[in-house]
Design a protein around this ligand. Sequence first.
Ligand SMILES: Cc1cc2nc3c(=O)[nH]c(=O)nc-3n(C[C@H](O)[C@H](O)[C@H](O)COP(=O)(O)OP(=O)(O)OC[C@H]3O[C@@H](n4cnc5c(N)ncnc54)[C@H](O)[C@@H]3O)c2cc1C
Length: 411
Amino acid sequence: MAAPAYLELPSTGFEQGVTDIQRDILQLSRQFAADVMRPNGAILDRMTPEEVIGEGSLYWTTLLRYKELGFNVAAFAAIPLAEAADAKAMIYEELGWGDSGLAIAIGAGALPHTMAARWGRLDLLEAFPDTMLGCWGITEPVAGSDMLDWTREAGHPQADYSRPSLVATLKGDQVILNGQKAAWVSNGTTAQFCTLFTTFDRGQGREGVNIYVPLDLPGISRGKPLDKMGQRALPQGEIFFDNVAVPTRLIAAGPERYADAVYDILCEANAGMGACFVGVARAAYEHALAYAHERKQGGVPIIRHQNVRYRLFHMLRKIEAARALARRVFRFNDLSGTRALQASIASKITGTQTAFEVANEALQMFGGNGMTCAYPLEKLLRDARASLIEDGCNEMLAIKGGSLLVDTSLL
Ligand SMILES: Cc1cc2nc3c(=O)[nH]c(=O)nc-3n(C[C@H](O)[C@H](O)[C@H](O)COP(=O)(O)OP(=O)(O)OC[C@H]3O[C@@H](n4cnc5c(N)ncnc54)[C@H](O)[C@@H]3O)c2cc1C
């Protein structure tokens, strides 16, 4: 009788056993990352932000090709929870390995569907089927970190939040939106709908509302696509709202549930980031390992230097630790019936910090070649750098994560 997959002798000692379904998913996503995402991401990286979102660009074809893989809410619902949780973390890692900008475009595009499914909102899933591209609009010009920290664990006690950039008001059975979201909204220039998190002014103090907004409504306009240093395949830009009327039935969370909704979506997004940037770190490590075998100095491959092996080992060690944490957090969030933001934050910080450190070390291993655009390291380092800010600056997230550990009776 064949040994169960998890008992097979691993080749590195770090492998996690995979089920048949997971093996298929892994193979599909790995191939997609290698054949589609990596080459397309490298080309998009050299384009202007306007070219990236141009009709028929590789950004669009990559999103379409990803849909064909069938990795959607319904498919994951059809397999056992634990298998699905691991598989999702594996997919995010592979996508990040391929190209983190495109990975985030895919992840942010699907985030509203995922949240609607988590909250059992079949009406929202029907109104915004997963053939539509989504985005998550929460940060604002006047409140980047602060919008992600709605419950103010990290906020400064003297900070003034009385002038938000975007305000929702109620008029009959419609929510009226006026203002704008930050230039950072992933897919902000391209998405067809937005899960919008914003201040709700009902004359009852500081309140928030999460509402699903079709982005073709009258009064909505988009900003100029953002030109930035990393994750250039990911389009970002402002969304402006001028007296935009959205039916109240599209509210996903009113003021009573708003803080929970922010908590939930940050849990989901931070966990995805953690797994995705393990993929970026792995890509950098693989390049460094191969280069160390190929590059000769004084006639010997540089891998023969002890210090080179030492550095490679620390890269590998960090990646394996980040991956183990990322998968554990996916499992907890999907299986436990509750969610732990401090765990998702830990995974996000660990994955992104690992990606940055490993990409930096890998670039160093390439010597002067690492600096040139002919080699992949400079792009990986730029992509990893953005991740330390994305989905919440790591410093603010750490303060928030730490605050969630405090026994409030001691305060
Ligand atoms: C690649 C990328 C993708 C993104 N995608 C999205 C998206 O899809 N949707 C969206 O809405 N936003 C998105 N963002 C925005 C992102 O969440 C914000 O950039 C981030 O939350 C920081 O906000 P900010 O840029 O306004 O910086 P600020 O909040 O102005 O922070 C500036 C500095 O001050 C520090 N700081 C601020 N407040 C605190 C605090 N309370 N405690 C300690 N330090 C603090 C920060 O750590 C940082 O170093 C994205 C950003 C990037 C880079």
